[in-house]
Design a protein around this ligand. Structure first.
Ligand SMILES: *[C@@H]1O[C@H](CO)[C@@H](O)[C@H](O)[C@H]1NC(C)=O
Ligand SMILES: *[C@@H]1O[C@H](CO)[C@@H](O)[C@H](O)[C@H]1NC(C)=O
Ligand SMILES: [Cu+2]
Length: 830
């Protein structure tokens, strides 16, 4: 890292001069006024000659050096050491002894699958024989031990580690009453038993699976080809088969739950789109509703140009006889300027083509990773990527004291509106598609800084009896946010002159999941002051809709043939807080107004109105389901009633939500019950090992009677006083698309987050101990004229160093599988 040190007060040279534990620096910026005005110039001829000669020599020398420098630039560079030094230990390999929170290991999966396929009672077929009418495993993932057992072990109260368990989702199509069953198998890696977690989950609620999707797509494509090929090519400029570069493709997008269809059936709308990059912005006003209860899939409705028909034959008859309006959407010209393509276009900037800034870690990593446990400054936590729910963080400690037992994503939902059935029924609960495996291929230098540590993640899914590992699923990095964590500038002697500030260096655990069109960035950010931020950001393609006049109430036209329909993004998170132990209370600090006499006003009746606050403990669950109200501002505080600070206030953590959104749909109507968590911006419940998640992968189909009935967590009205408390936090944002959502939605303004903030938890800001802070003060109190002290506390290893080279491109050339599906498909069997 070679910085220009001339005009920056806080440069590397300076930093290098700082001695350990912050002794002061004699800077170059000390006034060095050494003009000796009494000296007179007395220059003789010989002296002049010598000066000229010296100057000439110096110039020659400089020229020689410059030439040498340019010629040996690479050689010179190699002499500058690579940044690093007292680096944290990064060991992301699978640990021989998996921790309580680790995802299933390859050895455990081996034991698990042997057990499953040899168990006569379960009567499962192997993945290669899996069909809808067979009994087979859909997925298996870690099932956490009961919290009591986990905590006893983590806190050293018991030596025995809780047994490792897997939750296995079974599709039982080979039964007289087909059903979905969830079992827990233990102990891993050598299972001996299973218990039934849930059974008789309606078979129609199962996520659409690969083989089933393939079969349905084949059926509708073949029928469309046979029956309405002319209609399609006249209307949309392409064909479904034998289509060359003008293909029309059906996409599985909109399931219709029984709550909306009024039928206990498995119904899904397949949309037709033109296959240009990206098809999602080339939807056509054509869709087919398929009944997928199989094995014989059936077309039950067809939608064309605002008109519904009961079959392809009916539609063809009406089209040919001219009883319905015809439409024309020409096939797009697919070059790099196509509006739906993400390629760079337009007058290029910056004009001179400089590269953007990068960050470096001059002295190496300041965090360590062992397996799936991260240590950073005073922080320590474990994490995993759940197959169904996505990223999860566990046992988050600051100064070795647990603050959070579990912090994780539960569900991503998007509720669309529209005139067409494809939009009208589009109420997505993304865990139906399994959130975990949709995260892969983070790109260093864009998705996460190049210096981040990238971690793979593995899943056991249908179609395989081995764990499939995906690369670059999560990244961990420390970065400068560019926002100081604190500062004060006292610049006048009236106030007393000094400056002190601390740059905002944070550790982020990140993943991104791509759920069809949308990309979600999910961050857990650890601040040096004891704060944790959990963040969800949307980017990626909007789900476009063919534009028609009738769509106007629901979505603005954003391009010639498409509307961007109104939709509501919602995210559900779980935060199981343990503040100074498991037994906690939840208070709101309610701010209201109060009126008091104003004795300093000559009017004896004068009054002044101010705000005041009062603590209200929420003693039971029904009182702790929070709906935001502007008229009643409040803080949300979690604490252990027995642990107070010196002033008698409980040492607490506060939940601060930045990105809440009201679910405006009426409760208990349509698909709303499946997202009952979104009724509340936060709901606090008593921890129960039976109330583990706010949603399930059946939510998209199960609204009539949700498999995970979140409202019941509240309705049993458990007491919350000195209990183990869980906060269920909902974030959301309404999105009315606009032209700048093309080609893809940008992240600014789309970030939603909540903070867990220390609140009287520490005696003062714990980041006061951080070596990252900078103090600048005069050597003599309040007198800047006599010299300045720069006080820094870091211990640089090298004066200058070069950042480590980003080797991603080379790696990708050798192994495209780290980014794209190739060969046998996504991931590597391990
Ligand atoms: C289960 O599968 C077996 C073997 O394929 C078949 O004979 C049997 O009829 C099936 N039972 C049901 C209830 O589907
Ligand atoms: C919840 O339980 C508390 C304490 O037992 C009780 O006072 C309250 O009325 C209950 N709330 C509802 C809505 O049932
Ligand atoms: Cu959106």
């Amino acid at each position: 890292m070679d910085e220009n040190t001339e005009d920056k007060p806080l440069n590397r040279e300076e930093q290098n001069n700082v001695q350990e534990n912050g002794s002061h620096v004699k800077g170059e910026y000390t006034n060095k006024d050494v003009t000796n005005k009494k000296n007179r110039w007395k220059i003789g001829i010989w002296q002049l000659v010598i000066i000229v000669l010296v100057v000439v020599c110096v110039i020659l020398l400089i020229t020689l050096i410059s030439v040498a420098v340019v010629k040996n630039k690479e050689l010179e560079e190699s002499k500058v050491p690579t940044c690093g030094g007292h680096t944290g230990v990064i060991d992301i390999s699978e640990q021989s002894e998996p921790s309580v929170f680790s995802d299933l290991t390859a050895a455990e999966v081996k034991g698990l699958t042997e057990y499953l396929y040899n168990n006569k009672e379960l009567n499962l077929v192997r993945p290669s024989e899996a069909k809808v009418n067979k009994n087979y495993m859909f997925l298996a993932e870690l099932y956490l031990p009961n919290k009591k057992d986990a905590v006893a072990y983590l806190d050293g109260d018991t030596v025995s580690k809780p047994v490792r368990q897997a939750k296995v989702v079974l599709f039982r199509g080979n039964e007289t009453e087909p059903e979905i069953q969830e079992i827990v198998v233990s102990p891993l890696p050598n299972p001996a038993q299973f218990t039934v977690l849930r059974e008789k989950i309606p078979f129609t609620h199962r996520p659409v699976t690969g083989p089933e999707l393939g079969a349905v797509l084949f059926m509708i494509t073949a029928q469309a080809h046979d029956k309405i090929s002319d209609l399609l090519s006249e209307s949309f400029g392409g064909k479904v088969w034998e289509c060359g570069d003008r293909c029309l493709v059906f996409r599985y997008i909109t399931p219709v739950s029984s709550a909306l269809s009024g039928e206990k059936k498995r119904l899904i709308w397949f949309w037709l789109s033109q296959d240009a990059e990206l098809y999602i912005l080339h939807p056509l006003d054509f869709a087919i509703l398929v009944e997928m209860d199989g094995p014989n899939y059936k077309i039950v409705n067809v939608w064309y140009n605002g008109h519904a028909a009961d079959s392809l034959e009916t539609l063809k008859r009406q089209y040919d006889s001219g009883t319905i309006d015809k439409q024309r959407v020409p096939f797009p010209q697919t070059d790099d300027t196509l509006f739906s393509k993400m390629t760079r276009r337009g007058p290029a900037f910056p004009e001179s083509g400089q590269r953007p800034p990068v960050q470096v870690e001059p002295d190496g990593k300041r965090y360590s990773i062992k397996g799936r446990q991260v240590t950073y400054m005073n922080w320590r936590f474990d994490f995993r990527m759940s197959t169904s729910m996505g990223p999860q963080v566990y046992d988050i400690r600051y100064q070795n004291k647990r603050i959070v037992y579990e912090l994780g994503l539960q569900e991503i939902a998007v509720f669309y509106s529209g005139h067409k059935p494809t939009m009208m029924f589009a109420n997505f609960f993304d865990s139906v598609g399994l959130i975990g495996p949709q995260g892969k291929g983070l790109v260093p230098g864009v998705d996460c800084p190049a210096h981040a540590t990238f971690l793979p993640s593995s899943h056991l899914l249908e179609g395989s009896d081995k764990l499939i590992s995906f690369e670059n699923v999560l990244c961990v990095f420390e970065q400068d946010t560019g926002m100081p964590i604190r500062r004060h500038h006292s610049y006048s002697s009236y106030h007393g002159i000094f400056y002190e500030g601390m740059p905002g260096h944070v550790l982020t655990l990140r993943t991104m999941v791509t759920v069809a069109n949308y990309d979600y960035i999910l961050d857990f950010i650890f601040y040096q002051n004891g704060a944790i931020e959990t963040k969800a950001v949307s980017t990626g393609y909007i789900l476009a809709n063919a534009f028609t006049e009738k769509e106007k109430d629901f979505g603005p036209q954003v391009h010639k043939y498409i509307a961007g329909n109104l939709h509501h993004h919602l995210f559900s998170f779980k935060a199981d807080l343990d503040i100074n132990g498991i037994k906690n209370r939840y208070d709101t600090m309610d701010i209201s107004t109060t009126q008091v006499p104003n004795q300093f006003n000559p009017d004896p009746n004068a009054k002044i109105t101010m705000a005041k606050y009062a603590r209200n403990q929420k003693a039971f669950e029904k009182a702790a389901a929070y709906k935001f109200n502007f008229d009643t501002p409040k803080y949300h505080i979690f604490y252990n009633n027995l642990v107070n600070n010196n002033y008698g206030n409980p040492k607490s953590y506060r939940v601060l939500m930045k990105g809440i959104s009201k679910q405006i749909l009426p409760e208990n109507e349509g698909n709303e019950p499946a997202g009952a968590w979104s009724r509340y911006q936060m709901a606090v419940t008593k921890h129960s090992d039976k109330e583990r998640t706010s949603s399930s992968l059946y939510a998209i189909f199960d609204a009539e009677k949700p498999v995970v009935d979140f409202q019941s967590y509240i309705d049993n009205n458990d007491t919350l006083t000195d209990e183990d408390l869980v906060a269920w936090i909902s974030l959301g944002i309404q999105h009315i698309p606009h032209t700048e959502d093309l080609p893809v939605t940008h992240t600014p303004g789309m970030d939603l987050s909540f903070f867990l903030l220390p609140y009287n938890y520490f005696p003062e800001d714990p980041s006061m101990a951080s070596r990252d802070s900078v103090r600048i003060e005069p050597k003599t109190k309040n007198n800047a004229n006599v010299g300045i002290n720069f006080i820094r506390h870091s211990k640089p290893r090298y004066k200058r160093c070069l950042p480590k080279k980003n080797m991603y491109q080379e790696l990708l050339q050798k192994n495209p599988g780290i980014l794209f599906e190739y060969g046998s498909g996504g991931g590597t069997a391990i």
